[in-house]
Design a binder for this molecule. Structure first.
Ligand SMILES: [Zn+2]
Length: 269
């Protein structure tokens, strides 16, 4: 029975993955993510129903556009598979069981899944454009408020911790609104703080702190200390962060930390 559950979660994950690649491409260009029909970027051929199904359509079409035979970048296929695997790994780490699954557990998982959608889109856009997309952060804030309302209904006790984070988020929003210097660098820092705040809320304090340390470690290991000094110099001079996708490394670290933490917590203790 559980194999079916995990299969459903994998397929769901690939659909999410297909949505991320679309959102990462469209949101910064302000193209509607729901109404605009998916099309081939080469010949503008509108994708039919079967061509929209993630992973499967790539295999089915042999990695080519049906009309113009232009090769589809395997990156999309890889990202969809990785997204599916991420959600399955989380389900396994949580020891999700078809027979003992209850409504509260499902709702909590839904909120985590909604947060992960935002996390992947923020990471993707930051990697492509060195921007932490504000509109996606506002979406996270909406989910967060919905989560507080849900907690208020089912369990009042844990709500104070979240109210504290909500206050912090509102302070950041106000600081961002009255920020007089309006440089890209300041804006990036405020958005990054909001992203970190979301990590604390949705993946917990321990995972969030481990994520920040892991991100620093990955950045150091990838670029080395000298290159990093060069980056900080450039940021100071150009007033913008054009070189280092910190949000991307934070996002990836957050997913890895969360999965490892859940595995240790549910399987080793
Ligand atoms: Zn085409």
């Amino acid at each position: 029975m559980n194999i079916i559950l995990y299969l459903i979660i994998f397929v769901m994950g690939t659909f999410f993955g297909s949505f991320y690649t679309l959102a990462v491409y469209r949101i910064p260009k302000k193209i509607d993510i729901v109404k605009t029909h998916s099309f081939c970027p080469n010949c503008n051929h509108k994708l039919g129903f079967w061509e929209l199904i993630p992973v499967w359509s790539y295999i089915f079409l042999g990695g080519k556009c049906k009309e113009c035979k232009q090769k589809i970048r395997p990156r999309y296929f890889i990202l969809e598979v990785l997204s599916g695997l991420t959600y399955v790994l989380i389900a396994i780490a949580l020891k999700l069981d078809f027979l003992t699954l209850n409504v509260n557990e499902l709702i909590n998982l839904a909120f985590l899944a909604l947060y992960l959608v935002a996390l992947f889109i923020i990471s993707g856009i930051d990697k492509e454009r060195r921007v932490i997309q504000k509109s996606v952060l506002y979406y996270v804030l909406v989910i967060f408020v919905m989560y507080i309302i849900y907690l208020y209904i089912i369990d009042n006790t844990s709500i104070y911790r979240y109210m504290m984070y909500l206050t912090a988020a509102i302070i950041l929003l106000i600081v961002d609104a009255i920020n007089l210097t309006r440089t890209a660098k300041d804006s990036y820092v405020i958005s990054m703080l909001m992203f970190i705040l979301a990590m604390f809320v949705f993946t917990g304090e321990i995972v969030a702190i481990i994520s920040i340390i892991l991100a620093l470690f990955i950045i150091l290991a990838t670029f080395g200390i000298n290159k990093l000094k060069e980056f900080t110099q450039k940021i100071k001079n150009e007033n913008a962060n054009k070189n280092l996708p910190i949000g991307f490394y934070l996002g990836i670290s957050n997913v890895i930390s969360l999965i490892v933490y859940l595995f240790i917590n549910n399987w080793c203790m």
